[in-house]
Design a protein around this ligand. Structure first.
Ligand code: SF4
Length: 281
C-alpha cells in the first residue's frame, strides 16, 4: 500500500487539506493527526494506533501551559508545531523549526516570550534570534539522546562528511555555539528541519551525510539520494511512538473506520487560526 504523501508533519496536514479525498489515514503520531484534523474540518481523519503519542508534546500539557501563562501575564507564547491542538489554542504564534527565529525576532523587544515545548530548539533560537526566551523545559527523548560526543567522533572519522543536525538535538548548542576547540566546520555543518534535510540530500554533493535525528529519516534520505551514504549520529535514536504505526494496522484501520481523530470545534477553530497564521508568514 504506497502512501499518497510522504513529508514532514505540517506538510502532510497541508496535503491532507488539499486532496479531494474525504478520508485521511494519517500514519504519524497523535499531535500530527490532530493538526490534520484541525486543518481539514470537513474530512474524516483516522490514525491506525491511538497509542502513537509523542514525548515532546507530552511535556506541555495544556493545564501547565495555562498556569505558566498566568505566572507571566503579558508574555507572548510561541509554540513549536510539535504540540497538541489544545495547547496551540493557548499560543500567540505557532512555529516550525525553520520559522521560529523569524517569528521571535518579529515580536517587540519589550515583550517577554515563552517558548515551548522543546528547550534545545529554544536555546538554539535564543542564539539565532539574539533574544532571551523563557524556555519550557520540554524535550523529545529521541533527539535529547543525541550527544556532542557522537558528533565529534563521527566528524573525525568522516573528514569529507557533511553534518545535518535537527535543532531538537541535545548537542545543538554545543555544536553550534561552543568554544572554538569544539566548533565544527561551518561550511559542512547544517541545522535543518526534516524538509531541509531532504533538500540538502538532493542538492549537495558530499559523499557522506552524518544525520542527527530519528533514524527513520535515513530511509527517506537514502531514497531521495541513492548515490550518497547516510550515517546516523546515534543508531539508537529510534522513536517507539512512530514505530507503533505498522503496515498490519493500516488495513484494519481503513476497514473498520478506526480510530477517528476528533478535535472539539472551539479548540479546532482557535488552533486553526494560530497554525494558519504560521503558514501565512
Ligand atoms: S521523534 Fe517521536 S517523541 Fe520525538 S518529537 Fe518526533 S514523534 Fe515526538
Amino acid at each position: 500500500m504506497p502512501a499518497s504523501s510522504v513529508s514532514d508533519s505540517l506538510q502532510l496536514s497541508q496535503q491532507a487539506g488539499a486532496t479531494p479525498k474525504s478520508l485521511i489515514l494519517f500514519c504519524g503520531v497523535q499531535f500530527m493527526a490532530e493538526t490534520a484534523a484541525v486543518l481539514c474540518p470537513d474530512k474524516r481523519v483516522l490514525i491506525p494506533d491511538q497509542e502513537a503519542g509523542c514525548s515532546l508534546a507530552a511535556t506541555s500539557p495544556v493545564d501547565q501551559m495555562r498556569a505558566s501563562k498566568a505566572e507571566r501575564p503579558g508574555a507572548v507564547v510561541v509554540a513549536y508545531v510539535s504540540t497538541d491542538a489544545e495547547v496551540n489554542t493557548e499560543a500567540d504564534y505557532c512555529c516550525t523549526s525553520t520559522s521560529a527565529a523569524q517569528i521571535v525576532q518579529s515580536i517587540p523587544e519589550d515583550r517577554e516570550i515563552l517558548f515551548s515545548p522543546d528547550m534545545f530548539l529554544g536555546l538554539y533560537i535564543e542564539r539565532r534570534a539574539g533574544r532571551k526566551l523563557h524556555l519550557w523545559l520540554g524535550e523529545c527523548h529521541v533527539h535529547a539522546g543525541i550527544r556532542t560526543e557522537d558528533v565529534t567522533s563521527l566528524m573525525d572519522a568522516h573528514s569529507d562528511a557533511e553534518l545535518l543536525l535537527h535543532p531538537e538535538c541535545r548537542c545543538i548548542s554545543q555544536c553550534m555555539f561552543a568554544p572554538s576547540e569544539r566548533q565544527l566546520p561551518a561550511d559542512r555543518t547544517f541545522v535543518l528541519s526534516t524538509g531541509g534535510m531532504v533538500r540538502n540530500a538532493r542538492e549537495c554533493t558530499a559523499p557522506v551525510d552524518l544525520v542527527g535525528t530519528e533514524v527513520g529519516m535515513l530511509h527517506r534520505l537514502r531514497t531521495e539520494a541513492p548515490g550518497k551514504s547516510f550515517v546516523p549520529l546515534d543508531a539508537d535514536a529510534v522513536c517507539e511512538y512512530m514505530k507503533t504505526i505498522t503496515l498490519p494496522k493500516l488495513y484494519p484501520s481503513l476497514r473498520d473506520d478506526v480510530e477517528a481523530v476528533t478535535v472539539p470545534e472551539p479548540v479546532a477553530d482557535r488552533a486553526r487560526l494560530v497554525i494558519e497564521r504560521m503558514v501565512a508568514n
